[in-house]
Design a binder for this molecule. Structure first.
Ligand SMILES: [Zn+2]
Ligand SMILES: [Zn+2]
Length: 316
């Protein structure tokens, strides 16, 4: 009697549930992944791995364990190992090779691969978090009157790095993004904090204020204080277009004394506004376009804010 595979139609000596061994294998994988995504959380300070949302384990082999534990075997398997895996922030794919297995006794052993999706993130483990909190003696709270863009954040991170390296100090702990879009720079060294804040102040128009608070001590104990430095940025330079007190302005210059020279776009009136007033009153940046227009030999700057068009002669 001829035996024919129900799926591919080939003649076959071995028929398993109506299928040839090849088709049976194709429709019966050796393994399946039980979870959509395997989460791997690593402590950036000590390298510990969070094991199943509970324990932090200081053994990198836990990563392999977590991935292999997500696989359920549908047949007999001799061995499984991770073939490729890179851990970048976000989603990654791990390829797991399953060796010497089979889904049916009539099929001889073979290898198969399965892909596991891995989400990688970093988070301080409680021990490192406590250690950092214990050592934290200063925080620089960098805030901005207009949303900080990536360039501005990089500039600040650069200042922190350069100052830390320059002073060969180990006083830098970490930088955190705050919910409202600012940066908190945490340090164990108060004088390093002051020099970083000063350098940020020199690089970007800003107002710096500081306060000390007692963290622990008094009553005869050694007093431990924490320094908070607030840096309020007004990241404007010549050419910025802003809305200040409901009017559009073109920024002409900034003096280190702490004042901006602004030109009101409607009336061309030039005013001086102190940085502290801008912080108090607030500003916004409209969406606008600028271009140079040439007319009878003179170049003018054209600024479009929505449907309003302003032309500044000789400014281009
Ligand atoms: Zn077949
Ligand atoms: Zn840690």
């Amino acid at each position: 009697m001829r035996r024919v595979c129900a799926l591919c139609g080939r003649e076959t000596d071995i028929l398993i549930e109506g299928l040839c061994p090849d088709c049976y294998r194709k429709t019966h994988p050796l393994a399946r992944v039980k979870r959509d995504v395997v989460g791997i959380v690593r402590c950036p300070s000590c390298g510990a791995i969070l094991y199943r949302g509970g324990r932090w384990v200081r053994d990198p082999r836990v990563i392999e364990k977590l991935i292999l534990e997500s696989i359920e075997y549908m047949g007999r398997v001799t061995n499984a190992s991770i073939e490729t895996l890179s851990l970048r922030h976000g989603l990654n794919t791990a390829v797991v090779k399953i060796r010497g297995g089979s889904v049916h006794e009539l099929i001889s052993d073979y290898d198969e691969e399965v892909q596991v999706r891995v989400r990688y993130s970093e988070e301080l483990c409680p021990r490192c978090r406590d250690m950092i909190n214990e050592r934290e003696r200063a925080v620089i709270q960098v805030r901005s009157v207009v949303p900080m863009n990536g360039l501005l954040k990089r500039l600040i991170i650069d200042v922190v790095r350069k100052e830390t390296i320059k002073n060969e100090r180990s006083g830098f702990l970490k930088i955190e993004d705050t919910e409202e879009g600012g940066l908190d720079i945490k340090l164990s060294d108060q004088s390093l904090a002051r020099s970083i804040a000063y350098k940020i102040h020199k690089a970007v128009p800003s107002r710096v204020t500081e306060s000390q608070s007692v963290v622990r001590g008094g009553h005869g104990d050694k007093v431990i204080t924490k320094l908070s430095i607030s840096v309020a940025l007004v990241p404007l330079s010549r050419g910025s277009v802003i809305i200040y007190l409901n009017r559009p302005y073109y920024v002409l210059s900034y003096s280190q004394g702490g004042a901006f020279r602004l030109m009101e776009l409607g009336s061309r009136e030039i005013i001086n506004v102190r940085l502290s007033e801008i912080i108090k009153d607030g500003i916004s940046v409209p969406s606008y376009e600028t271009r140079c227009v040439e007319d009878r030999g003179s170049r003018s700057l054209e600024i479009m804010i929505g449907n309003d068009r302003y032309v500044l002669n000789g400014m281009c």
